[in-house]
Every structure is written in structure tokens, then in C-alpha cells.
Design a binder for this molecule. Structure first.
Ligand SMILES: [Zn+2]
Length: 438
């Protein structure tokens, strides 16, 4: 105990420290208190001990305490007939810990326009504050103690919490406020995205899942894309985003699908799982049932969403990785070059039962995907004749299977295929996803 007081006395001989900054040097001692209280307690005990010996009052110590603003030291000095030293600025925080009002106003104004439940303060300090604090720590052998940055984070956090009634959260805060307490300025405000899970249906064969930047201008807008910056006027993503951004007052919405269907493929059944990420939402508490109705009304006959619920960034990763393992059921209308016999139709069903395909990356997507061989399982194919050259095939297979190529064979890049088995050139002329496994 004496060591602690002795150290503090020596620190104050060289540095003027406020209650917070002195207390912080011993923040590893005693829990359930604050650095400010630690600082005051140490100073008070020092002031008391300086006057224990009536004949030998430690005036120097009292003056050092007086410099830090300790009222009891000033009063004691006066009583003893001395003029107490003026209060000086704290060597570490320059008194800023007690002068946060301007910054707090700035922060409140900035975050007021966002709906949030939790936040986190990150104060940004110049390097010289670390240098100064390390100087003290090294000189007096103070280890494992906090730095000024944490003190600011906590003090600003406590005050913002009191003013807004919201809580500090370390893992996934809705808002992160980076600020500089010395300039009383905000450095950056980061708003956590909102995530909405659901499943979507797509009823038309002309829209992609997400918006595609125009290849010519890369989204800037040119004559080729009619200055829209896009290849397609609409997408599943944009049809949802329109309503969602209106409701959440967010900046941008990004659709993360569990796999994707081609533009000309419809998505039927209970729909494809997705997570819609809303960037910088101003509103977070959303009536999802109502949102669902609004989207479905707005995008009627094009897409439909169902089962909306609040989701997370984690789920985005999950649905993306899971997509490859989920089995999918398709309906394909297949056209053969020459007439196809019942015998051949049975043969297709027989051979394509519980088989593993070797699929090289299709020619049509080779320009944007790695050219590798994928092994994909086909569980079952059920065929129904339409006429001499056409059949309807219900295909159940693993996620990520290129179904159009399973039919055409893609010039031998997919093996086996309808074309190979029938020895008759086959082509998928219409495709629907009927079901994606839950
Ligand atoms: Zn200080």
C-alpha cells in the first residue's frame, strides 16, 4: 500500500494529473469503482498523510495536489497560511475528460437521424498521447494499466448512453462513432447494415437476380445502356430494394441469394432463400409482414417474397455456402433435333438416376468463372412426352448443377447428358426451378 502512495507522490512531483488520469494508472487495482474515484482517493489519502506530523507538514506534496485541482489540498494550505498553487491542465488529458459537452452535442446531432439500439465509441488520438502515457508508465513501472483512449471511450459512452437511453455494445453495435475528443469533432460514423431474410419467387424470364453494371461503361452510363449504367432495367434485387429503401430510409440494398437462377429461368415453389442487406438504414424497426405485402404489391406478377424475418451478416455467409449442398428440383422443356422414341426417354431416366456428372464450366459462363470440372449429383429425372421432338423433364439434382448443360451436353463438356444418351442433339428451351430444399 505504501508503494502505491509513494509512487503516486513521485508521479505528482513530476506530472500534473487529473483524478481520472492518476486513477487510471492504477486501474488494475480494485474493481467496482471508477478511475476518477481511484484518483480522488489516492489524492485524499496523500493530503491526509502530508499533515500527519503536525511539525512536519509536507507543503510540497500539498502544492502538487493543489496543482491538480484537489480542493482539499487547497483548503488545507490556506488554513496553514500558504497560498495554494493554481490548478494546471492535466499532463495527459489536458482536462478534456471533463469538457466533453461540445463533442457530445456534435455526436447526438449526427446520430439522431438513425434508429438504433446499441452503439460504440472509438476515440481517435494522436500518437503523442500514447508516447506521453508510456513515458509515465515506464518511469514508474506501471504495468497492465489502461490508456487515455479507453478512458475517453468509456466516459463518452456513458454520457451518450445517458442522453439517448441506448446501450454500449462491443460485438455488433448498430452505430460506431469515431471521434476526436481534443477537436470535439466526429471522425466517422459507421452504421451497421440491416439484414432481412426471406425466400423469393420470380415469375418472369427477363430479369436477373441482381443488377448488372453495363459491360461497356461499367455502371457510369453510356449510349449502349441508355445511360442507366445497367444491362437490364430491373432485377429481383431492385424490385425488392425499391420498397425496402423507402421503408428503412437506407442508402442501398444488396441481395445475397442462396445460389441464382439464369435470367430466363423462373423461380417457383416456396422460393429461393435470400438475405437482403440494407446499407445505412435510418429505420430498423420494421413491420415485416407489412413490408412483405408492400413489396408483393409493388412487384406484382414479377416477383414475390415470403417468410421475411430479421437476419444477420452471419446468415449471408451461411446461405451462400449451403446453397451448393441443397438439392433442387427443375422443370425443363427439352427439344430434340430428331424424333425421340419412348425407349430413349426411358433410357434417359434410367441412366440419370443417382449418377454423378462431370461438368466442365459451361462455355456460356467461361469468361467469368474458373474453368474447372465440377462433380454434381443428379438424383432423378422424370420425363413426360409432349410431342415427337419435345419432352418435359422433372430433374432433381444437387445445387450448382448446370441443368441446361446436363441437357445439351455443351459439346461434351458435361458427361453424361440428354444429347449423349439419346445420340440426338437436345436443348433446354424453357426452365423453371420448382423447389429448393429447405
Ligand atoms: Zn487527465
Amino acid at each position: 500500500m505504501l508503494a502505491l502512495l509513494d509512487k503516486s507522490k513521485k508521479i505528482l512531483e513530476e506530472y500534473t494529473l487529473c483524478d481520472y488520469c492518476l486513477g487510471r494508472q492504477f486501474s488494475n487495482l480494485a474493481t467496482g469503482t471508477t478511475n476518477k474515484d481511484r484518483g480522488i482517493s489516492i489524492k485524499l489519502v496523500l493530503a491526509m498523510s502530508s499533515t500527519v506530523e503536525k511539525e512536519q507538514v509536507d507543503i510540497e506534496l500539498l502544492q502538487n495536489l493543489s496543482k491538480t485541482g484537489a480542493i482539499f489540498a487547497k483548503k488545507t494550505l490556506k488554513k496553514l497560511g500558504f497560498t495554494p498553487e493554481e490548478t494546471q491542465k492535466c499532463f495527459l488529458c489536458e482536462g478534456k475528460i471533463e469538457e466533453l459537452e461540445e463533442l457530445l452535442q456534435e455526436i447526438i446531432e449526427e446520430i439522431n437521424e438513425y434508429e438504433f439500439e446499441s452503439f460504440l465509441i472509438g476515440s481517435v488520438l494522436d500518437n503523442n498521447f500514447y508516447v506521453k502515457e508510456n513515458e509515465i508508465k515506464d518511469k514508474f513501472g506501471l504495468h497492465g494499466t489502461e490508456y487515455l483512449k479507453q478512458e475517453f471511450n468509456r466516459e463518452i459512452g456513458k454520457k451518450i448512453s445517458k442522453k439517448t437511453n441506448k446501450r454500449t455494445e462491443f460485438n455488433t453495435p448498430d452505430i460506431i462513432i469515431e471521434c476526436n475528443p481534443f477537436s470535439s469533432k466526429i471522425v466517422e460514423v459507421k452504421i451497421r447494415s440491416a439484414y432481412i431474410y426471406g425466400r423469393y419467387n420470380k415469375y418472369i424470364r427477363t430479369i436477373p437476380q441482381t443488377h448488372w453494371d453495363c459491360r461497356n461503361c461499367k455502371g457510369k452510363g453510356c449510349e449502349k445502356c441508355n445511360f442507366t449504367g445497367k444491362n437490364y432495367a430491373e432485377s429481383v434485387e431492385e424490385l425488392m430494394a425499391k420498397t425496402v429503401l423507402e421503408v428503412t430510409k437506407g442508402e442501398k440494398a444488396v441481395l445475397h441469394g442462396s445460389g441464382r437462377e439464369d435470367i430466363d429461368v423462373r423461380m417457383l415453389g416456396s422460393g429461393r432463400p435470400f438475405v437482403l442487406e440494407v446499407k445505412k438504414p435510418r429505420i430498423r424497426k420494421i413491420d415485416l409482414k407489412k413490408l412483405e405485402e408492400q413489396i408483393n404489391e409493388e412487384a406484382k406478377n414479377k416477383i414475390k417474397v415470403n417468410n421475411l424475418r430479421i437476419s444477420s451478416k452471419k446468415e449471408v455467409v451461411k446461405i451462400k455456402t449451403k446453397s451448393q449442398q441443397l438439392s433442387k428440383k427443375y422443370k425443363a422443356i427439352v427439344e430434340f433435333k430428331n424424333d425421340v422414341s419412348d425407349e430413349i426417354i426411358r433410357k434417359i431416366e434410367e441412366i440419370l438416376k443417382d449418377i454423378t456428372l462431370n461438368q466442365k464450366t459451361p462455355t456460356r459462363v467461361k469468361h467469368r468463372r474458373a474453368d474447372i470440372i465440377r462433380k454434381k449429383k443428379v438424383h432423378e429425372v422424370k420425363c413426360k412426352r409432349i410431342d415427337e421432338k419435345h419432352i418435359e423433364a422433372i430433374i432433381t439434382c444437387e445445387g450448382g448443377t448446370y441443368v441446361k448443360e446436363l441437357i445439351s451436353g455443351d459439346e461434351g463438356r458435361t458427361e453424361p447428358s440428354f444429347t449423349e444418351i439419346a445420340k440426338n442433339s437436345a436443348e433446354c428451351i424453357e426452365l423453371d426451378v420448382l423447389e429448393i430444399e429447405e
